[in-house]
Ligand binder design. Structure first.
Ligand code: UDX
Ligand code: ADP
Length: 484
């Protein structure tokens, strides 16, 4: 077998999404001698990555515009020419989407690997010489085997080539969190490289060593690397479900979950991070990865282990429905025809991503109850919200004209608002669902008179100042607060 090139000169990344785009931008920025080609089938997405206006990049991440601005056109290129980019590459990253399967075997739990498989086949078709293939997408354990099987079946010279082709597969899971992706990529806690071929592992380690201290570059076998990614996310998600379960108990016992978090987090064995109670975890990874783990456990006849992890997801969904139910309860048992201001739709602050956002389930429950939702999020656009809610936006009601026909018929409707102050106008309640910085500094003295009294603030992220809210006469519920 030919040796991998010691020096990687050309990288191709298939998939220009939340993972591929920022990761490659940082690699290009830190490794000026490597040409990095990010390719995607989605021409609109690629056009947005190439937009001269850096505020129009398809992924919103603090600091990403600066990194892309420095490297793009130098050694960072975005295109739809997948085959050409693969044929030029010494190393191909697979960074495509792997959503949970919607139908068939493993539906609702296993990952849908059709995009990964399509990529592997494309690499098998177009690669030349020796190619290192790196799994970057979140994948179920043993996916590398599938990729390897496809690539090895293709290990013969191309028609127009005399030299043999060879492939090595590595696992290099991404641990970046959205909203802090650039920071996480520039100074990661660790970089994990799993594989069986030392030369390939060292070629990838050499890239990261341009900016990551060597002790933070961990090497494991393929399966440990794949399983570590699922386990890391499962542990983080488990902490959130644990603290959310305690929040519910705080609310009925008079305790305050923030005080409990502080007290338990001071124990260095527990640590203080990831103990913020909220409307439940969202994002593309946590639920998907746990469901993958559950599927894996059932497959290997470990039903008790599967049930254990399944409960982390069950509690998360319960928390979202619980919040919707308590809003209805406090608003005299009905929200039909009532205007509610939803502040925040992204699954967390500093991202425009809404995948698995708690706001989706909460909004759907309230729409089901006939609520009129005025939705404001600083980064999420109306088209995305409409897709997530599977409901077209309505026009904002005209306060002069009285209730709309939909409101009178008890149909839930929603429309986008472009500021908090517009969203709260005439509302019976404000729901804070994402911890955007601006929601921490709202002028409640200005907001309260605009709302229909008696009015409520439901703070699912505990970002408001309770005294400032209550001093205006507004009623306040905060997650995990036994005082409210
Ligand atoms: C996560 C992992 O952190 C990252 O390592 C992995 O690679 C991808 O999945 P991400 O989903 O982008 O990253 O965001 P994260 O910051 O982990 O938050 C996930 C969800 O948990 C969000 O909805 C967030 O609001 C929620 N969360 C987080 C809490 O409710 N409380 C907390 O204390 C922390
Ligand atoms: P992630 O959060 O994992 O980055 P995204 O959905 O944001 O996921 O991005 C994945 C990207 O991969 C999408 O832009 C999609 O168009 C792209 N993609 C999927 N399959 C292929 C393929 N075979 N070739 C090129 N791009 C692909």
């Amino acid at each position: 077998m030919t040796k991998p090139p010691k020096e990687i000169r050309n990288i191709c990344c298939i998939g220009a999404g939340y993972v591929g785009g920022p990761t490659m931008a940082v690699i290009a920025d830190r490794c000026p001698n490597i040409q990095v080609n990010v390719v995607d089938l989605d021409a609109a997405r690629i056009a947005a990555w190439n937009d001269s206006d850096l505020s129009k990049l398809p992924v919103y991440e603090p600091g990403l515009d600066a990194v892309v601005g420095r490297a793009r056109g130098q050694n960072l290129h975005f295109s739809t020419e997948v085959d050409i980019a693969i044929s030029k590459a010494d190393m191909v990253f697979i960074s495509v989407n792997t959503p949970t399967k919607a139908k068939g075997l493993g539906s609702g739990q296993a990952s849908d690997l059709r995009w990964v498989e399509a990529c592997a086949r494309q690499v098998a078709k177009c690669a030349k010489g020796h190619t290192i293939v790196v799994e970057k997408s979140t994948l179920p354990v043993r996916t590398a085997e599938t990729i390897q099987a496809i690539l090895h079946a293709a290990q013969k010279p191309l028609v127009d080539e005399s030299s043999p082709r060879s492939f090595v597969v590595l696992s290099n899971p991404e641990f970046l969190a959205e909203g802090t992706a650039i920071q996480d990529l520039e100074s990661p806690d660790r970089v994990l490289i799993g594989g069986e071929d030392n030369d390939a592992i060292e070629a990838l380690a050499k890239i990261y060593s341009q900016w990551v201290p060597s002790e933070k570059i961990l090497r494991t076998n393929l399966w440990s690397s794949e399983l570590s990614k699922l386990t890391a996310n499962a542990f983080l998600a488990q902490r959130i479900s644990s603290i959310n379960s305690v929040a519910a108990l705080c609310e009925v016992t008079g305790a305050d979950v923030r005080e409990v978090s502080m007290a338990i987090g001071a124990d260095s064995r527990i640590g203080e991070r990831f103990l913020n109670s909220g409307p439940g975890f969202g994002g593309s990874c946590f639920k998907k990865d746990i469901l993958n783990l559950v599927y894996l456990c059932r497959y290997f006849s470990l039903p008790e282990v599967a049930d254990y992890w399944q409960n982390v997801v069950t509690l998360n969904t319960w928390q979202q429905h619980r919040i919707a139910r308590l809003v209805v309860k406090q608003l005299f048992g009905t929200v039909t025809g009532k205007r509610l201001a939803l502040l925040g739709f992204a699954f967390k602050a500093n991202t425009n991503d809404t995948r698995e956002a708690p706001a989706i389930n909460i909004a759907k429950d309230l729409l089901e109850e006939g609520a009129q939702l005025a939705i404001y999020d600083p980064k999420v656009n109306a088209k995305q919200i409409s897709m997530d809610l599977q409901l077209h936006e309505s026009s904002p009601p005209d306060s002069e004209a009285g209730p709309t026909r939909a409101a009178l018929n008890g149909e839930g409707t929603w429309w986008p608002e472009s500021s908090v102050i517009e969203a709260v106008n005439g509302a019976d309640a404000v729901l804070i669902l994402t911890e955007w910085e601006e929601f921490r500094h709202l002028n409640w003295a200005m907001i309260a008179p605009k709302m229909r009294q008696p009015a409520w603030v439901f703070d699912a992220r505990a970002v408001v100042d309770p005294i400032a809210v209550r001093s205006t006469g507004l009623k306040l519920w905060r997650v995990g607060d036994g005082d409210s």
